[in-house]
Design a protein around this ligand. Structure first.
Ligand code: HEM
Length: 521
């Protein structure tokens, strides 16, 4: 997902400066002429740099920089990303206006290089700005893939994959060894997404051999990590279009290379599924191939199938993995919350059987704790950028067509006028309250709201809750003496932690319970 982070100074060659300035002045003249000299009443905002606009102010943590700026300039703030005008929303009232009252006007996406190059010219859903294409693929996701009915079918294997996670953690933790939580959570999410997408696992460690001996085998998690890392940066050509041809920093070339590697991974899996023919759809890829056979949409070419598989794997892996990592990090800092969760599990589920999906509804404190993690650590902190499809006004300010919209979910969750002690992890704030993360309460928008809200929301919430319940019921988590866990963030598109989380893991239940459930360590 495209986010506004940057390393602009590395990417700009001094020799291009004259070109920047000349181009900028021309753009300015064109802009004035185009607007017919009409003075727009834009939302307030800081003054920006010539040409680069506010990009130099954003640093490597744009959500934090924008939260701080909004405290001076207000909850609807104008900025410029290079030549691209943008507004930043940082209060529940403004979020409601753009994602509910005017949702229909802000439901499109700006055209991005990532969408064009990596997703086969916008054939995916996340970056698609075409209303017709987006509607068509969104319906497939909502009805065929991520509906509650399907989620019901997926629950049993999600439970299975999570047992495998617990087993691995207990095995790795034998003899007092430290267990890497980051890798375990990433593997858990990745394996689940591979099962949902094409009913296979094992690729977290395994590479797919390539067809020719000259080419390197493809390791998909590395391709995905590279994608997240390079799209976390700012690329001059994205925001200053007349410089795009220069591909400063080699961004486009790298994106294209990653797309090719992704494709090498997916092609044999697609072929294998195709050979299987027209049976009952068992996974996402089966659904896509049946649409291709029926000639749905634009005939559903292979590129579209690949783009949508890329969406599934990228949008559904780091998001819930990073939420679980932050959640466990906070629990290692708050032993009293951890103990309360364990007590609740013991009283609701007991220690004679493993917690199941159907128990989650009764685990009220666990649900409150998960909400607290979503409040403090919304893993897509500025959501995916939206864009205005028409000229409009918000709160009396003009928002011209094409303006980018950034909703700062991170700032909403840390707003001290809404939350008491917003920087303190305290699940009690949600106990007995109806405030929820599903897009109805605009002070809490980890999954966004409105038409572009995350279609994987139910799946994401379910996974984070069940994973937490299973880990805490089956494992005792502790830290070596003297070790303290910090909450420092690193730059990146899905709010990664700066330092790896490593904990001691020992069994908590009687051996026969693990044995009966096929957990061997
Ligand atoms: C904790 C887990 C997750 C979080 C916090 C999360 C959050 C988000 C957010 C904030 C957006 C952007 C919404 C906007 O632009 O307004 C989004 C979009 C999206 N998410 Fe998720 N997500 C999660 C899990 C998943 C999963 C498991 C899947 C797939 C199985 C998924 C698929 C998508 C897709 C396809 C979109 C694009 C929707 C569109 O453009 O219409 N997400 N997600």
């Amino acid at each position: 997902m495209e986010v506004v982070g940057m390393k602009w100074s590395e990417n700009i060659s001094i020799g291009s400066l004259a070109l920047y300035v000349g181009g900028f002045l021309m753009l300015l003249l064109f802009w004035r002429k185009f607007r017919g000299g009409k003075k727009l009443r834009l939302p307030p905002g800081p003054s920006g740099w010539p040409l680069l606009g506010h990009l130099p102010l954003l640093g490597t943590m744009p959500h934090v920089a924008l939260m701080n700026l909004s405290r001076t300039y207000g909850p609807l703030m104008s900025i410029r990303l290079g030549t691209a005008p943008a507004v930043v929303v940082s209060s529940p009232e403004m979020a409601r206006m753009v994602l509910k009252t005017q949702d229909h006007l802000f439901a499109t996406r700006p055209r991005t290089i990532t969408g064009e190059v990596f997703f086969y010219n916008f054939k995916d859903m996340v970056f698609s700005s075409s209303t017709d294409h987006w509607r068509f693929v969104r319906r497939i996701f909502d009805t065929e893939i991520l509906s509650l009915r399907r989620l019901g079918n997926l629950k049993s294997f999600t439970e299975e994959e999570m047992k495998t996670t617990v087993e691995r953690m207990l095995r790795e933790g034998r003899d007092g060894r430290l267990v890497e939580i980051d890798r375990n959570m990433a593997q858990s999410s990745f394996d689940i997404m591979c099962r949902i997408s094409f009913n296979k696992t094992g690729y977290f460690e395994q590479k797919i051999p390539s067809s020719t001996s000259q080419e390197e085998p493809v390791h998909l998690p590395s391709v995905m990590a590279d994608f997240c890392s390079i799209t976390g940066g700012f690329f001059v050509g994205e925001y200053i279009p007349f410089l795009r041809k220069l591909d400063l920093g080699g961004f486009e070339a790298r994106l294209l290379e990653l797309r090719k590697r992704f494709s090498k991974f997916l092609s044999p899996i697609i072929e294998e599924h195709r050979q299987r023919g027209d049976g009952e759809a068992q996974d996402f890829l089966d659904v896509l191939l049946s649409l291709q056979r029926d000639g749905a949409g634009n005939g559903f070419p292979n590129d579209e199938i690949k783009a949508l598989l890329q969406n599934m794997l990228l949008a559904g892996t780091e998001t819930d993995a990073n939420t679980s990592i932050w959640l466990l990090a906070e629990l290692m800092r708050h032993s009293e919350v951890r103990q309360k969760l364990v007590d609740e599990l013991d009283s609701v589920v007991g220690q004679d059987r493993l917690v199941e999906d159907s128990d989650l509804h009764h685990l009220k404190y666990l649900k409150a704790t998960v909400k607290e993690a979503f409040r403090m650590y919304p893993v897509v902190p500025l959501l995916v950028p939206h864009a205005a499809s028409e000229d409009t006004t918000v709160a009396g300010y003009d928002i011209p067509k094409g303006t980018r919209l950034l909703v700062n979910a991170y700032a909403l969750g840390r707003d001290s006028t809404v939350w008491t002690n917003p920087n303190t992890f305290d699940p009690e704030r949600f106990v007995g309250k109806s405030t929820d993360v599903r897009g109805q309460h605009f002070e809490l928008l980890p999954f966004s709201s409105g038409r572009r809200a995350c279609p994987g929301m139910e799946m994401g919430i379910h996974r984070v809750e069940l994973r937490l319940a299973q880990i805490l019921q089956t494992c005792v988590l502790s830290l070596p003496s003297g070790v303290k866990i910090d909450v420092e963030e690193a730059p990146g598109i899905t709010l990664p932690r700066a330092h790896p989380l490593q904990v001691l893991v020992t069994p908590r239940l009687q051996p026969e319970i693990y044995y009966r459930n096929g957990i061997r360590f």
